[in-house]
Every structure is written in C-alpha cells, then in structure tokens.
Design a binder for this molecule. Structure first.
Ligand code: ATP
Ligand code: MG
Length: 592
C-alpha cells in the first residue's frame, strides 16, 4: 500500500476536530491510508445538508491523500428508487467533480472490480460509480449467521408493538424477550427460514443479544434484521429479509476498509452499538471509527427528504429540482455554482453543536462567487419605452460595455444604442421626491455605457397610465465626447427596443416567509412565500441571444441570472434569477 500523499490543498483547508483526529491517526501510525465514505439512502434527492457532508468526507480524503466512497445505503426496499440513485450520482459528481481540475485533488482510482471510488476527473456521462450496501447482502447475512453461532443474536417472535411494550424507558430497564433463550441451532434454523420466505412481514426479527437493562436504549437487544416481502430497486425479489441500518452500516464500513465513518450527531447514541457489533464479530483491526458532527440547519427552508418529498408530491414546487428547493439539483438549476456550495461548506465549519445557519451566509457566498465570474449584461424587467427624438430612426450607435469589471481580461462588447430604448419602470417617477436620482419629467439620467438623456414629455393612455416617454439624447456626453465629463447623479440600465430579445424571467425568492417554517409545530405549508417565483416578460440586450454554456450573468443593477437549463430554448429564452444583487428581503418584508 502506498504512503498517503497529503496534498497541497491541506495548507489552505481550515482544520476542525474531525480533521484533527484524522491527522493524529496518521501521525500515530494507526492508519497509513485514510478512507471515508458518503452514504446516502437513495430515498430522495440530496439537499444542501448532504452537500456539507459530501464536502467534509470527500474533502478529508482529498486533503490527506486518501479516498472516499460514495455508497448507496440501500437496504430499505420500500422507499428507494433508481431515479434517486441516478440523481445522487449526478449531484455528487457536480458538486466535487471540479476538485480534480486543481490537479491537487481527488483522482479517480479503480478498486478491484474496476469501480471508481473517488470522484475527480468527472466527465459528463462518466458519473461517479457508487458502492451499494445491497451488494453486501450475502456478506451481511453471513455476518448475522456468525453472530448467531457465537450466541450474540437470536430470532424473536415479538411483534413491533410487543417489543415496544417491554423495551422500558430511558430511566427504567426493559424486559428480556421470552425468545432470548432459544438455542443456537433453533436460531440458525429460524433465521434460514426467515430468509427462505416462510414468514410474513413483521412475524419475526433477528435481534442482538446485548443488555435489556442498558441505560442506552439502542443496546437493549436491538433488531438487526426484519422481514420485508418487497421489490428492491436492485436485488428485485431475491431477498425478503433486510438488515437494519445499525447492522448494515458498521459492517459496510468495515467491508470497504473505511477508517473514519463521519455522520451527524443524532447517531452519537448509536455509536456504542456500532462498536459492539464490530467487536462481537471479532473483526481485524484497525476498525472503522464513527465520528459525529452537527448537521446543517438552514433558515427559510425545510430540509428533511420526507418534507421535500411532500412539497414535490403536493405540487407545491415543480419538482425536486425546482430552483426554490434546497436540493443540490434545485440549487444547480437555479445557477448556484458548485464552487459556491463548497465555499459555503468550508465557511460554516464542522462542530459538535446543532444550530441554525443564517441563510444570509449562503446568499453572501453565492453573491461573492457570482460577482467574480458573471458577465455583465443589460436587461429590462419592466419595460417602459423612451423615444429619443434627436436620434434618427434606423441609426445604430454602437457603445462599448465591459464584460466583467473584476476581470479586465474578459474584455468588452458592443451594445447597440438607438432612437427607441426601454428602461425599467422603476427608474422613472412622474412625481419624484427630491432625493430621487433617476428619471423624472424634465430631469436627466445617464444610460450606462451610452450617454445622458433628458425626459421632455410623458405620454399617457386614456386611463392616465404612463405608456411612453419622449426625450433627448445628450450625445456629447458619450465617453470620449466633448461633454463626457458632465455629471448626473443617476445611472440606469436600458436596452435598444429594436434589438431587444424577449425573454421570460423568473425571479426567485425564499420558499418560506418564516425563518423557522415549522416553529412550534406549525404546518410549513401555511408559510410558503407566495412571491417565491415571480414571472416577468423582459427585454434583454441582443448579446443574450447566445449564451455561453455554464456562464453566469449579472443583469446590471438587477442581480445574477442564467438560462434555465430545462426550460430555456433559443426560440423562447427563460432566465432564472439566482440571486438579487442586494438583500432586498428586509425591505420587502418591511413594506408588506
Ligand atoms: P434527511 O434527514 O434530510 O432525510 P438523512 O439523514 O435521512 O437525511 P441520508 O441519506 O441518510 O439522509 O444521509 C446521508 C448522509 O448525509 C448521512 O451521513 C447524514 O448524516 C448526512 N446528512 C444528512 N442530512 C444532513 C445535514 N442536514 N447536514 C449534514 N449532513 C447531513
Ligand atoms: Mg437517513
């Protein structure tokens, strides 16, 4: 086995208590190679909480020159589905695939079966090949038989309700099952017949024989196998008994040579069982070690897969990848870059204390990332036409606009400026307060990259609604012109009416109006934000007719946008707002 090669990224990764444990285990010689895993159950799409776990597990492997397995924890046949398996593979690859690009990160290495065990050089169609706990069905069964043979497990005929009745409470001991004293031979026979399908669901379980008086209820002869006559998404009808999480998980870790099995805090009380099982089977050292950390809880959303499934099934969102969902696929479709999620995972850190992460932290990281990569464009969301009467019809003045002020190498582009332009309705007020620096009757404003314009006339319809403005372009105030230095207080965005392309723009906002949608037992469906997706018909500058794959855009003064990967077509562009430029939320709620 080769020596671990801690990679250069180690220098930039912050440390935390888990990384400290890993580093100490390398220093002491306990492990020569670090091996972690990310073990989702394929019963839903991954969410941003999973992203934290993925970045942690794959990040540790990357940092310490180790490997990380993606393992489908698929031992519950009734809720799992290949659709979920496929989505998980895609999401993990998307989230950490980019780490291979830095040449320091993960490399895809094959195990004996030629499976890739580490994400890295992911190419489309070459998604990370996962491990499946269901592939261990025979080995898990054999381990259970060994436990029975050593007198450490027994077949119990109590029903779930009966078992509950004698389990005791955290402060009072439970009672031994009347079947606890069965002979090894009888247990072996009954377990084989459970597998053979002789009994109905729930008729019998295999239980560990530990201690019904243990203060830890998880050690009170926990169930290890149950009967489930159900179709499994991979093994079909081959099995009718399925291992419990507490049995399958430590053993899957051991089978894969996992050194550090990182999970969330609610499993802390399961750890004695994890350790008991590995010890009871007398497995060779070094054994995997379970380490718990605080799960991510985020404001203004719900996170458990069960609740996300409810949103999908009740059609309260358009699907798992609805851009308002906290799922990885939703965030991706909304235009959040994978790098932003990785930065977020680092920013929130790894602790032992459950808390609530302010969604503003995520929003800030997304804005910061998009600000560095986004190409600037002009777009008008609520068009109001301005006719500049001193520019002849048909004349096209090309003005120069920067692509990205943070990246001079991105260069400039030409934007057509003509007699008729659209500005946003918000940028005109007929009766404006003194501090209003945008356009008003008789007033002046600068059209970004073009020149100052003056509003000469307000045209209204019969109902008194402003339908058009007429004005003058002060062409000498163009960049390089004789009056270029002239100052006005306001600069607004615009597009040439004859060149503009029509597009649907979806303005996304937080899915819930309350930071804690389920506070005090409230039904989260009662606090869905009715304005979480506002659709407008916008006018975009012509450069947006051709978008660059994967590019992000800042519509100047409006926010960060990109074409919806599912619904946008060249004939009918649909743009999604990933995030506004500033936190408009506080203002919005104050108005309401
Ligand atoms: P949920 O409770 O949201 O339905 P889960 O815990 O049932 O999720 P799993 O598929 O079992 O989902 O999770 C896979 C891994 O992701 C586990 O190791 C789990 O601890 C971790 N994980 C799940 N939710 C979070 C979270 N909110 N923050 C950090 N890690 C998480
Ligand atoms: Mg789970």
């Amino acid at each position: 086995m080769s020596e671990p090669v801690p990679n250069a990224a180690a220098a930039t990764e912050p440390s935390d208590f888990i990384r400290d444990i890993v580093a100490a285990d390398i220093a002491s010689g306990k492990h020569t190679r670090i091996h972690t895993r990310f073990p989702p159950e394929p019963n839903g799409y991954l969410h941003i909480g999973h992203a934290k776990s993925i970045c942690l597990n794959f990040g540790i492997a990357r940092q310490f020159g180790g490997i990380c397995n993606l393992r489908m924890d698929d031992t519950n046949p009734t809720k799992e589905d290949t659709e979920y398996v496929d989505s998980i593979r895609m999401d993990v690859d998307w989230l950490i695939g980019g780490w291979a690009d830095d040449k320091l990160g993960l490399k895809r290495v094959g195990d004996d079966d030629g499976r890739a065990v580490v994400a890295g050089d992911a190419e489309p169609g070459n998604a990370l090949e996962p491990f499946y706990a269901s592939d261990y069905s025979e080995r898990l069964y054999a381990s259970a038989v060994r436990l029975i043979e050593s007198g450490k497990a027994f077949v119990c005929d109590l029903s779930a309700e009966q078992m509950n009745e004698v389990r005791g409470t955290p402060t009072s001991p439970g009672k031994d099952s009347p079947f606890r004293g069965r002979s090894i031979a009888e247990n072996l026979d009954l377990f084989a017949r459970m597998r053979a399908g002789e009994f109905q669901d729930g008729a019998r379980t295999l239980r560990a024989k530990i201690d019904m008086a243990s203060p830890n209820v998880h050690l009170r002869d926990p169930a290890l196998y149950r009967i489930r006559h159900a179709e499994h998404h991979r093994t079909g009808a081959k099995w009718c008994i399925y291992p419990m999480y507490d049995f399958a998980h430590p053993l899957s870790d051991q089978f894969e040579g996992i050194t550090h099995s990182v999970c969330t805090l609610e499993f802390e009380v399961h750890r004695p069982l994890y350790d008991w099982l590995l010890a009871a089977l007398d497995l060779p050292a070094p054994l995997p070690r379970q380490i718990e950390f605080a799960r991510l809880n985020l404001g203004y959303t719900v996170m458990s897969k069960r609740k996300l499934l409810q949103l999908v099934e009740e059609k309260l969102v358009t699907g798992w990848d609805d851009p308002r969902m906290p799922t990885i696929s939703g965030l991706r479709r909304r235009g959040v870059p994978a790098q932003a999620l990785r930065t977020f995972a680092t920013a929130i850190g790894v602790t032992k204390f459950n808390g609530l992460t302010d969604v503003a932290v995520l929003e800030h990281v997304v804005r910061t990332e998009l600000n560095t990569v986004a190409l600037r464009r002009l777009a008008v969301l609520s068009p109001l036409k301005v006719v500049l009467t001193n520019i002849p019809a048909g004349e096209v003045i090309e003005v120069e606009a920067v692509e990205n002020p943070g990246d001079p190498a991105a260069g400039t582009r030409k934007v057509p400026f003509t007699r008729e332009v659209y500005i946003d309705r918000d940028d005109f007020m007929e009766v404006a307060p003194p501090k209003y620096f945008r356009l008003r009757p008789g007033g002046e404003v600068r059209l970004k990259y073009a020149c100052i314009i003056r509003c000469d006339e307000v045209v209204k319809d019969a109902a008194g609604e402003v339908v058009e403005l007429r004005g003058t372009a002060l062409l000498d105030t163009r960049s390089g012109g004789p009056d270029a230095g002239r100052k006005v207080k306001g600069t607004i965005h615009w597009v040439s009416a004859s060149h503009a392309i029509d597009a649907e723009v979806r303005l996304y906002d937080r899915l819930f109006t309350e930071e804690l949608p389920e506070k005090d037992g409230r039904d989260f469906r009662t606090v869905l934000n009715p304005r979480s997706c506002v659709v407008v018909q916008a006018k975009l500058e012509p450069a947006l007719a051709r978008t660059i794959p994967d590019a992000r855009y800042q519509f100047e003064r409006l926010g960060y946008f990109w074409p919806d990967p599912k619904d946008s077509t060249p004939d009918r562009p649909v743009f999604a707002r990933t995030i506004s430029l500033k936190d408009a939320w506080a203002k919005e709620t104050a108005k309401a």
